[in-house]
Design a protein around this ligand. Sequence first.
Ligand code: GTP
Ligand code: MG
Length: 200
Amino acid sequence: MIIKEATFISSNTTVAKCPATDLPEYAFIGRSNVGKSSLINMLTNKSKLAKTSSFPGKTQLINHFKINDNWYLVDLPGYGWAKVSKESREKWLKMIKAYLQQRQNLACVFLLIDSRHEPQKSDLEFIELLGSLQIPFVLVFTKTDKQSDLKTQQAVATYQKKLLESWEELPQIFITSSSEKKGRDEILNFIDQVNAELNK
Ligand code: GTP
Ligand code: MG
């Protein structure tokens, strides 16, 4: 898929205020600082579309970006980062949960996982939540430029093993680096396929 147009639409505190649900949307979710906003900028080839920061807790609202006038990318706040105040963490998790439960046109969640870390409790809990809400999701391993390919492969294998303890089927996995533009074609092709399925 070629991205011809990527436009910021709105930032909202509640799902009710989000744009009309007439187009499919893809939400980027994960721990604070995992690289959600950076991945959106990498996919759209616009380095300043979504705001990024080396300090966790940058994205605090539900941000909609319209792509090719045909679908939405959604940047959400992160969860589970100890350095973010408990109050903010609880507020954002509530916002994310309400978004997941209420957003009718949510086609798929991209759950981002830092490829350098062992499976984290907050991520595993979040995967369980997506399962219980029956929301389609894929896993995206981020920041792979920060380590060897072997280490990334090991991290993915560890994750898959962990998931097989409670899941019969494994979700689709994408290996990415926003700084090296790795995984871009794979993710955009996937979105293209889902959009085509939805338009059938
Ligand atoms: P919150 O909005 O705070 O939840 O964070 P986020 O998940 O949106 O992360 P963000 O995209 O702001 O990135 C956090 C930090 O990680 C920034 O300093 C980015 O430059 C860096 N980063 C993100 N992706 C990559 C990557 O693929 N490689 C490297 N080396 N750094 C990355
Ligand atoms: Mg962000």
